[in-house]
Design a protein around this ligand. Structure first.
Ligand SMILES: Nc1ncnc2c1ncn2[C@@H]1O[C@H](COP(=O)(O)OP(=O)(O)OP(=O)(O)O)[C@@H](O)[C@H]1O
Ligand SMILES: [Mg+2]
Length: 245
């Protein structure tokens, strides 16, 4: 079943066309990554899905309901940490649920524990490392009632090792909760390791250049990244991206 459907979307800022005639979809419980050059309009696309501003043309549907220009329909984790500095970690992860009137402390505590954040419920964001803040932000997305989660480069500020740990953690959680995810990244390996499908965007103005269905079975192990098949895929996608640089 289709969860999200984006149809012929266009957006300009002033006279500059940023997104042009872009169409894509995400299926129920599917993990889709978007890869594209810096400045190609990926965050703008997320802002449009989140209804922060309307597109000039095109429509966005979630569960077949039109959400073009509407806020609050999706759970959005922005490029930089968006934890509120004056709220504790527990109160931060409960924010989305609270707005929807569904504050469930038990589940929140359980998920914080699973994310290695047990004992930090009463701490403030400034007391956490970058990786811990990203995990808390992600838990907040999972606890929000929206069924589509949009993640904009959630791991880009982390070192390689922490990043890999976070990817494995995200997969283990996602394989359990199976929400629909749209994930923006610059990192080909990350996209391959996590996704069911990868969408490559063109340079600005962005449209879908190419789409790849990733055949690796789940659950996925770290060792997958050392296989010949993985390396072949990496080359294929690298070559696709190189055409635009
Ligand atoms: N509110 C805005 N007003 C004017 N121009 C904007 C605005 N937001 C984004 N842009 C422009 O739109 C283009 C795309 O920006 P966007 O942030 O969507 O790129 P991106 O693909 O997310 O890049 P990155 O990979 O570096 O995060 C850029 O040229 C940027 O300057
Ligand atoms: Mg961006």
């Amino acid at each position: 079943m289709t969860k999200l459907s984006i149809e012929r979307l266009s957006k300009s800022f002033g006279s500059e066309s940023i997104i042009d005639n872009l169409s894509l979809h995400v299926n129920e419980a599917e993990f889709v990554s978007i890869l594209g050059p810096s400045g190609s309009g990926k965050s703008t696309l997320f802002h449009l899905i989140g209804g922060l501003y309307p597109p000039e043309k095109g429509e966005i549907y979630l569960d077949e309901q039109r959400i073009t220009g509407k806020r609050g329909a999706i759970s959005y984790m922005p490029q930089s940490s968006s934890l509120l500095p004056w709220r504790t970690i527990l109160d931060n992860v409960l924010l989305g649920a609270e707005i929807a009137g569904k504050r469930d402390m038990e589940t929140a505590r359980g998920m914080l524990n699973k994310a290695g954040l047990g004992g930090y419920e009463a701490a403030y964001p400034s007391q956490l490392s970058g990786g811990m803040k990203q995990r808390a932000s992600f838990i907040r997305s999972l606890l929000s009632p929206q069924s589509l989660i949009c993640l904009d480069e959630p791991f880009s500020a982390l070192d390689e090792f922490t990043r890999l740990e976070m990817q494995k953690w995200l997969l283990s959680i996602w394989e359990h909760y199976k929400r629909s995810i749209l994930f923006v990244t610059h990192n080909i390996e990350e996209a391959l390791f996590l996704s069911d499908r990868i969408i490559v965007l063109s340079n600005k103005p962005a449209h879908v250049q190419r789409e790849f269905t990733i055949p690796f079975t789940r659950p996925r192990e770290e060792s997958l990244m050392l296989t010949q098949e993985f390396l072949e895929w990496k080359k294929t996608i690298y070559n696709e991206l190189r055409e635009f640089s």
